[in-house]
Structure formats: C-alpha cells, structure tokens
Design a protein around this ligand. Sequence first.
Ligand SMILES: Cc1cc2nc3c(=O)[nH]c(=O)nc-3n(C[C@H](O)[C@H](O)[C@H](O)COP(=O)(O)OP(=O)(O)OC[C@H]3O[C@@H](n4cnc5c(N)ncnc54)[C@H](O)[C@@H]3O)c2cc1C
Length: 500
Amino acid sequence: MDRYDDIVVGSGVSGLTTALILGMNQRRVLLIEKSPAIGGSLSRFYKKGIPFDTGFHFTGGFANDLVLLDMLSVLSIKDDIQPEFVKYPEDNQFIFEDQNRSFTFHQGFEQNKKEMLAYFPHEKKAINTYFSKVKSIRENTKAMNIRADFEMQPPMDEDSISLKEMLDSLTENKTLKTLFSAFSMCHGTEPSKISFANHSRVTYSLYESIARVKNGGNAFIKAFKNRFKKYNIDIKTNTFISSCEDIEKRKVGTFVLNNGSKLKAENCIFTIHPKEILKTFREENTSRAFSDRVNGFEESIGFFLTFIRNTDKNQKPFNPGITTLYPYNDMNKMFDPQLKEDLPLVIVRNSEKTKNGNINLINAFELSHWNHVKAWADSSTGRRSREYKEYKRKRTNRICKRIIKAFPEYKGYLEVIDSASMLTFRDYLNNPQGSAYGIKQKIGQFNLFGRVQYKNTFAAGQSAILPGVVGAMMSGFTICRYLLSKDVYIDFIKNQLQKN
Ligand SMILES: Cc1cc2nc3c(=O)[nH]c(=O)nc-3n(C[C@H](O)[C@H](O)[C@H](O)COP(=O)(O)OP(=O)(O)OC[C@H]3O[C@@H](n4cnc5c(N)ncnc54)[C@H](O)[C@@H]3O)c2cc1C
C-alpha cells in the first residue's frame, strides 16, 4: 500500500499552495484532483484560440499590501506572476444605472478616500471613519501577515457588527453606502450578513490596487507545476477519495481512492467545498453536530459569465479595466435571490496577445443565484435542455445590451464567444451549487477550518478563512503553519523571504 506524509484534496489555488509548502518542507505529498486537469478556478479555457478566464479575473494585493507578494515570495513564484495594473480612473469605474451617475477612482487607499470626499463633500465624517476603520482592521489582523508570530487572532469588535449595521451608523446616503459596499461582489456575502471586519479584510487591498495577471490563472498553474518538479509531490487527476477506512481512535487508517487503490497518510487536507468534504466522510459516518453544521452553511453568490470579443479593428488595445454596473443603490436588495430586476454586472476588459495579433476581450459577469438555474440541476454539461439554452441566450442578450448602454462605442462589435451559468461552474469545479466563493462568510459563523471529524483530516480552502484567490492561498499557509508546527513554519517563512 502506498504511503504519503500528506494527501491534499483539490487542486485550486488553496490545494496548490498547501501541497507546495508541504513539499518544500521535505514531506511526501499526493495532490488529488477530481477533474481531468489541475487548477480549479484558476484555469483558463480557450475557444477559437482565444483565452478566457473562469474564476480569476483580477485581484488586490500587488501594491502596499504585503500578504500576496509575501506568499508568492515564500513559494518562489513571484517572478512568474506579472501583475497588469488597472492604471487609469476611467478603467476603475462604478456606474449607477438608475441615476445615470458614474464614479471613477485612481488606485491607492488614500487616493480613493480623497476622491470619495470630493464626490460627497457633506459626508466627511462618514468617509473618514469608514476608511480609518477598514485600514485599522486590516493592519491589526495578524493572520493576514505571514511574517507575524502570533498564537491566535483575537476577535475584534467589528467581527460582531455587520457591514450594513456599520454603514447605517455612518450615513443615510444610499449611494455612498452602496459605494462603500461595492466590493461585496468580491466576497459574495450581502452587507447584512458579513461582518464589517471580514468585509474590510477582503476590500482593503482592492482599494490599494487592482490588477489582472499576465496569462491569468494559467500563470499560477504553470508556476506551481514547475515548482512541484523540485519536490516529492505526486499529482493524480480524475481522482477523489471514495471512502475512509480502518478508522481507529478517531484516525483514518486507509484512504480509498475512486480507482480502488488504497493509501496511508499522516494527514489528509481537504481544500474543497465543505459539502464535498461531508460527502467524502459520508453523512451517515459523521456526527449529527458536524453534518448539521455543514448543511447549515449558505452558499455565496455565483455569477453568470459571458465571454465576448470586441471585433472593432480601430479600437485601441484595451487597458486592463473594470466597470461595475449597479441597477440601483441598495446592495442588500441586489443580493436578494428572489429579485426579478437587473443584477450587478462586472465588465472586465483586457487585451490578449494571440497568434493572430492583439485582441480585445470582455469577461462580463452578472451576479447570480442557484434558483436561477435550479430547474435544470439534474442535467449535465453538453446535455442541457432547450429551455436552459434559451435562458442563457436571453440573459446573454440582456448583458450585451447593458454593456452597450455603458459603452455605446462597442455597438456592432460585440462577438459573444461563450457563456457560463452556475450550472457550468458546479460541474466544472465540482462544488454543489456553482457558487463563486464557496460558502457565505456570515457574521459569527464557525467555518470549517483546521482539524475536522478525524484526528488526521483537515479543512482549508476558500470557505475556510476568506474567499478570493488571496483568501484561498492564505488558508493554505495557515493550515501548514499548524501541520508543520509553528517554529518550523516561522523559520521556513523567514528563510524563504530572505532568499527571495
Ligand atoms: C466566475 C468566478 C469569478 C471569480 N472571480 C474572481 C476574481 O476575479 N478574483 C478572485 O480573487 N477570486 C475570484 N473568484 C473566486 C476564486 O476563484 C476562488 O475564491 C478561489 O480560486 C478558490 O480556490 P480554491 O482552491 O479554494 O477552490 P477551487 O478553485 O474551487 O478548487 C477546488 C478544486 O477541488 C476540486 N475538487 C472538488 N471536489 C473534489 C473531490 N472530492 N476530490 C478531489 N478534488 C475535488 C475541484 O475540481 C477544484 O479543482 C471567482 C470565482 C468564480 C466562480
């Protein structure tokens, strides 16, 4: 029977990070992935030779906020990941469709504050308080500084106040409140349910800088694959754990894979959706408390994604840019699954070099909920009904109309290449309802992180600490801090940061 130090389940950015840190610390690691290829949400796909991103379009963290750069340095992949910054205010834009009003911002936390003050001169107190609180929460969250030597993050007052409560206490101005909560689209939980602290942890770096990455998530996958070659890390795709056997003293003795092979491992780290973890353990073998806890998690929002090419030959290459359309100024309402009206739409523009020269691309993603596609939940990719295809066609047309309203110069030049619903993401990413960020980050919730169910099984991943690519990577670092022991981990981080 094959024996590993660690099995890492799931090869999105959380699993890749976890596997590499463990491998770099002389552990024998097996990384298993249910899909035919590794990368999870990082993967790009190609249609007609044109690359499109699935779950990684932009991120904060490349300027003045060390966590992402530190993590890339420690993994020795910083040089492989080239940020392409959103430089110009016209490329960092929020449009309120009902008011025909647009707000643009330069990059930089202080700069955003200054520009917000210029837009809302009578809201000085609210704006100063909001920005100083976001900054202080980010700075005092030790877990977001991988250099910090700490035992446990003490809860802050703002961990028990919702974003909505905080904003209601600051101002009555609905448009300003919507702007303050604009990046809720980047954590997927409505202002009334997320804590102000977690909102701040995700959004601080997005105020500092927003960047795309050259070659998108594929740059990460390629860099990880190269690094894996140096260490004792095996990869198995089309693979998952079908059962946990020989359980003694609450420790799994044998992990049985779907191809029937059996493995022994000191630790098994799941970086997959909590409900996928529960499925692996099998509900009937878990305590009622554990299954109730997992079944009680709500899904974060998802997206309906439309992949578009701009065919205008006279159009200059797009700068990396993001424009978000808000149909009205009430973020909580916009997260309501029953809403029949338009939903927030994020329009990401970039230019890609291909064999046929530079092409201008648009990835437009509209907020979506499971109930939008639930009727077709029993279908699978390539075998969807006519009604489902009609739903996609109509939604895509509506999205194109909204894009043209925001950018009239694109009229006649939008070539839709493909579109993807939450069903596509469910099937592609093997998560239960195709949500973008795993579970909702609800205030006071006890997420699945660290040891779960058995002594040698652990949970990490985007649902564990914070969502998004940065949050998912952080979960890998934090779980390894525990598995390697604090002292070994701290020495490892120090040495790597000195080297790189
Ligand atoms: C449409 C969309 C747009 C997004 N845009 C952004 C963005 O611009 N910026 C950003 O920071 N974040 C974005 N996100 C969120 C971001 O992609 C995620 O937070 C992050 O990549 C999650 O990484 P992960 O490793 O935790 O999970 P995933 O990337 O989902 O990886 C989990 C992996 O585990 C595999 N798996 C599942 N079950 C099993 C099993 N039983 N056994 C083995 N393998 C299994 C899956 O196939 C998958 O490969 C977006 C997400 C979506 C869906």
